[in-house]
Design a protein around this ligand. Structure first.
Ligand code: BEZ
Ligand code: FE
Length: 275
């Protein structure tokens, strides 16, 4: 049969008929169907299609061991958050959000109450909370891994000449009451990397590159599903327009002023691993 606009989709879908893995077949069938519908709807010129391929090629060339431009593309298109949301946590559990690209080094182990700020500038702040199961039972010895940017909006890995490795990072273990607490400085809002093709896409669409101020968390305990999440600073700029769509209402937390310090309380609820 001739390849026509009408017959194209069925022909390509049929070419996957012998795929032994049923899930792979389902995904390729759906991808073909949606991709063909997109092309039929937008009718790209040959030049536009070439431009699209060049863009994706450049996204690939911008990736290396420490830079993942494809993840960034997925982030700004809302796909990363869609995947997080579809795979959501059980009702009542702490909601998950994007991991982001700055968890590439191991956080130093720190004692409860220690500071993760090794520089001493910025607004001092304490963060505490309890890790519990869905039933409210406190989880002792749960691991709470945190990382954040400094008050100027940079992670340690972005400023190796001015920030010591491990600044803004720490791995804590909850006490016998499931409690954790640490000292830090209030993080700043900051722009995602804009010096690559994803930055050009934002620029071409008049979108800003900023993320509201947040502290990243990965919490895990034996027998429970780990959660990757953030605590967002409630009064941060861009709290309503995160460049990567990662804000969930339940994660917005008041950093309450107490003299010249601030304090945030952020409880984490984990769901049991399915038995
Ligand atoms: C971050 O919060 O570290 C982040 C997340 C997505 C894209 C860029 C940065
Ligand atoms: Fe971040």
């Amino acid at each position: 049969m001739d390849f026509t606009e009408e017959s194209a989709t069925a022909a390509v879908v049929a070419s996957f008929d012998a795929t032994p893995d049923p899930r792979l077949r389902e995904i390729l069938t759906s991808l073909t169907t949606h991709l063909h519908a997109f092309v039929k709807e937008t009718k790209p010129s040959r030049q536009e299609w070439e431009h699209a391929i060049e863009f994706l090629t450049e996204v690939g060339h911008t990736c290396d061991d420490t830079r993942q431009e494809f993840v960034l593309l997925s982030d700004v298109l809302g796909v990363s958050m869609l995947v997080e949301t579809i795979n959501g946590t059980e009702v009542g559990g702490t909601e998950a959000t994007v991991l982001g690209p700055f968890h590439m080094t191991e956080s130093p182990s720190r004692a409860l109450g220690e500071t993760i700020d090794e520089i001493g500038t910025g607004t001092p702040c304490t963060v505490s909370g309890t890790v519990t199961g869905l039933d409210g039972v406190p989880l002792r010895d749960a691991e709470v891994d945190v990382w954040q940017c400094n008050e100027d909006g940079f992670y340690d890995v972005q400023q190796p000449d001015t920030q010591p490795a491990g600044n803004g990072r720490g791995v804590f273990r909850t006490d016998e009451n499931g409690r954790f607490h640490f000292r830090t400085v209030v993080p700043s809002h900051y722009p995602i990397p804009t010096d690559g093709p994803v930055g050009r896409l934002l620029n071409a669409t008049n979108r800003h590159p900023y993320r509201p101020a947040h502290i990243h968390f990965i919490a895990q305990a034996e027998g429970y599903e780990p959660v990757t999440t953030h605590v967002f600073v409630a009064d941060s700029p861009y709290i309503d327009s995160d460049a990567v769509f990662a804000v969930k209402k339940s994660l917005i937390t008041e950093f309450v002023a107490d003299g010249d310090r601030r304090h945030a309380e952020f409880d984490i609820v984990l769901a049991k691993v399915d038995q």
